[in-house]
Design a binder for this molecule. Structure first.
Ligand code: DQA
Length: 147
């Protein structure tokens, strides 16, 4: 069974209690459970990883190409700041889809720039937890097109 990894960046471990007017009240655990169920239904094994640390995310990206057919990533605040995560994505040879719960393009100016989206196949932003489901579907279409 091909494998997809979902990477979540800083503060996303607090989903469900964090800024609920922006991010809603669904916990990361529920988002992950729904993603695993959705992926399994499509014939994919879904693994999940969350870290608040930039270096751990970089290390996880480096190892991802050994095990996974592709990655769905919500880099969270690192989206807007991390050249290191951008370079890690560019360095590995599997497709990435960037997802966001909120629509980063209708929020503060600093959120409108993504350093990571240009090295991903594309970006899905603004659909709440459904962004992850759409991300898996988008990644699957790329994986299956390439195989
Ligand atoms: C986010 C948007 C980012 O701007 C923010 O820093 C996050 C969450 C989202 O999923 O909407 O932590 O990535």
């Amino acid at each position: 069974m091909p494998k997809i990894l979902i990477i979540n960046g800083p503060n996303l471990n607090l989903l469900g209690t964090r800024e609920r007017s922006v991010y809603g009240d669904t916990s990361l655990e529920t988002i992950n459970r729904n993603a695993i169920e959705h992926g399994t239904g499509l014939g994919y094994e879904i693994a999940t990883f969350q870290s608040n640390s930039e270096g751990e995310i970089v290390d996880t990206i480096h190892k991802a190409s050994l095990q996974y057919a592709g990655v769905v990533i919500n880099p969270a605040a690192y989206t807007h700041t991390s050249v290191a995560i951008r370079d890690a994505i560019a360095a590995v040879d599997i497709p990435f889809v960037e997802v966001h719960l909120s629509n980063i393009h209708n929020r503060e100016e600093f959120r409108r720039t993504s350093l990571t989206a240009p090295v991903c196949v594309g970006q899905i932003s603004g659909f709440g937890p459904t962004s992850y489901i759409l991300g898996i579907d988008a990644l699957r279409s790329i994986i299956e097109k390439n195989s």
